[in-house]
Design a protein. Sequence first.
Length: 202
Amino acid sequence: MRAPAPHRGRYDADVAIVGGGLGGLAAACGLARAGLRVALFERAPVLGGYAQEFRRGRFRFDATLHALDGRFSRMALDALGVPREALDLRAIDPVFTLQMRDEAIEVPAGLEPLARAIGRRAPASAAGARAMVAALASACDAVSDRLSAWLGREFSTSAGGSGALGEAGSDLSAFSALAGRTLASVLASHGVTDPIALAMLT
């Protein structure tokens, strides 16, 4: 999404947001929907922050994100009043390609296909990878349920509702078990040590 041309004058706004990444864009949409006048500032020539890509020769790289989970993106767009048809959202499969020394490995979309692919490529880490994928799935389901309940209440009126994310929805114990831990520590605790498996999961 290309940013508009720079504006050098004064802004008549209630809120100024610095940064046009996903968080800044979501905050701007939510505040505008609540009736506030919003000015968003972004120094880059495109909006989206880390949800951008760059190219080096024949290779294409993500700035950081590989993909967005469809559930979360759909919920966020609906809650913020952004028509889905306004964005060119595409299903990605494979999610990305690992360029190894002697071969290219395609990493599939979906947790279950990912676990199967790791089992084929790195049998020694297959059980650990499957256990980790199950833990991630449980955490994602818990957060999805909680976020869905909170968004439905928070944006139930034009001025926004009330209540904290921690008060709504399902149990977050699965997510809490992973919160605050590094990815390296989670992988190690599940016995995922094979270099290919590590690369596919990170």
